[in-house]
Design a protein. Structure first.
Length: 328
């Protein structure tokens, strides 16, 4: 029985795939960290097509070429290196990374497995590594950027969303109402543990004060030591409700959370909010906090879940501060 002659790996083909992988990553970084894209980073191009293409490339390298397990591990290994670099090296916020990571993992593994299926079916053509095959790969890798461009040219429609949380407080409406107007000097130890504040790292609300300006009443809000925004009061009924429109006079929210989370930007607009105080009895009230926002993405079902979690945690924390102070 004669042994099959050893066939060395096609290093030229691996070099081509590595070059294409570097080109893809560079082009993506140029889009996101260079001139920027208005709303495409919340679309199918960035969240699905880019990781699919990267997975197909990295899945064609080394032992992942003919191994299903390798096609699963190769994209995971790539993203395990890529995302820490983006977080520590490029100062990308943890919020965006956690939002996109599920799509990137699924898309990357899907791309690697798709490449494996194609390679098995066209093994002979792959072994030849013809220039025509390389040309097809190069053309295919332009598709994510074509999709991003199409999404930029035809953005999704705005969707109205809202998040509401309530808490029951064993105190009178007269005791609770002043804290809806102003909540000064909130300590880090106040409130409750939440995923948004304690895992994602969004600063906790630290102060809110009502001031009179020439244009009307304004609640000046602070989160942590650096984030500032305003709530311009649209309606106030003493002892019952207060409603406002959000105004973001500077970029402190993006600077201290995530550069891609602009609360008055092309993808998300935090619009209105307010408290409603319902008196259940002489010494018990229900306090409701609502935030209305707009979102423009074709993946509204997914980002809506994140809005419910992130804003819901902020609401729960603020309501817990009010409850503790009123009952204490």
């Amino acid at each position: 029985m004669t042994e099959e002659p050893f066939t060395p790996p096609n290093t030229a083909g691996a070099g081509f795939l590595l070059g294409m992988l570097a080109t893809m990553l560079g082009a993506f970084a140029y889009l996101v960290y260079g001139p920027g894209i208005d709303n495409g980073y919340a679309g199918f191009g960035v969240l699905v097509a880019i990781p699919f293409a990267l997975g197909a490339l990295v899945g064609g390298l080394g032992w992942a070429q003919y191994n299903t397990v390798g096609c699963i591990l190769a994209p995971i290994a790539l993203f395990a290196v890529l995302f820490p670099f983006v977080y520590f090296g490029l100062a990308e916020g943890l919020v965006c990374i956690m939002m996109v990571l599920p799509f990137w993992l699924v898309g990357g593994i899907g791309g690697a497995l798709a490449g494996l299926i194609i390679r098995i079916r066209r093994e002979e053509a792959e072994r030849e590594a013809s220039s025509g095959m390389r040309l097809k790969i190069s053309a295919a890798l332009t598709l994510p950027f074509a999709l991003i461009y199409a999404e930029e040219m035809s953005p999704a429609q705005w969707q109205e969303r809202s998040v509401t949380r309530t808490v029951t407080i064993a105190a009178s409406a007269e005791d609770v109402w002043p804290m809806l107007i102003a909540i000064p000097d909130i300590a880090e130890s106040e409130g409750k543990a939440t995923f948004t504040h304690d895992v994602v790292g969004i600063p906790r609300p630290s102060d809110a004060a009502l001031v009179q300006r020439e244009t009307g009443l304004v609640r000046e809000a602070e989160w942590g030591p650096n984030i500032r925004f305003e709530e311009h009061v649209d309606e106030i009924v003493e002892g019952e409700r207060i409603a406002w429109s959000f105004v973001f006079p500077d970029g402190s929210v993006q600077a201290h959370t995530d550069r891609h989370i602009d609360p008055d930007g092309p993808v998300v607009k935090i619009a209105r909010g307010g408290y409603t105080l319902i008196e259940n009895g002489p010494d018990e009230v229900t306090l409701e906090l609502t935030t209305h926002y707009q979102m423009r993405t074709r993946l509204g079902w997914y980002f809506g879940l994140w809005g419910e979690v992130l804003l819901g945690d902020v609401h729960d924390n603020v309501l817990e501060v009010i409850k503790a102070r009123a009952e204490g």
